[in-house]
Write a protein that binds this ligand. Structure first.
Ligand code: FES
Length: 186
């Protein structure tokens, strides 16, 4: 096994070419690795990683801008005489509507009042039109997925049972209501 580095200085000019000389002439020996190429390669890798990280926020912005629907101002008129709203005739009744691209849960909160929550619980987005329970005595909405409770204005008044601390209120929408007709606006 060779221990000394192979260089052309090991051959005399008039020496008969040996197998070693032939091999050196035809198959150049690579110099031993030094710290410089290793360091340069490492710096290049860091540079590539930094570039990738720098591009991430930009890419994320572009994707989110493309995918998130922009809020649209719109108004929906409803009439409890129609089948799709007949659940709202009774206090505690619910109906799901979509206004301006937003899903909304209408709830008959009292004989004279209909209120509108976003149809996604502020905890883990359970549908309020499916899982919301309105207590007309306490004026509190309970999301039965994890029992989080919300006041009529959307504020959190009871924490979910999974131990997560919930502070985000429910998004509310403006409703007008009189007799059997009303409207909800985004
Ligand atoms: S999703 Fe409503 S309480 Fe958890």
């Amino acid at each position: 096994m060779l221990t000394a580095p192979l260089t052309s200085a090991t051959l005399e000019p008039d020496e008969t070419p040996s197998f070693l000389g032939f091999a050196m002439a035809n198959f150049p020996v690579h110099p031993p690795l030094t710290k410089l190429p290793v360091r340069r390669e490492f710096i290049c890798q860091i540079g590539v990683m930094a570039s990738a990280v720098a591009l991430l926020p930009l890419t994320g912005c572009e994707v989110s801008e493309l995918r998130l629907p922009k809020p649209v101002s719109a108004t929906l008129e409803f009439d409890l005489a129609k089948d799709e709203y007949k659940a709202l005739v009774n206090v505690g009744g619910k109906a799901k509507v979509t206004v301006g691209g937003q899903d909304i849960a209408l709830i008959r909160a009292s004989p004279t009042e209909i209120i509108a929550f976003q149809d996604a619980c502020a905890h883990q987005q359970c549908s309020i039109s499916e899982n919301g329970q309105w207590d007309a005595t306490l004026n509190i909405l309970t999301c039965t997925c994890h029992q989080a409770k919300f006041a009529k204005d959307g504020k959190v008044v009871g924490q979910p049972t999974d131990g997560q601390k919930l502070t985000t209120p429910m998004k509310m929408f403006k409703v007008t209501f009189s007799g059997t007709k009303g409207s909800v606006a985004t």
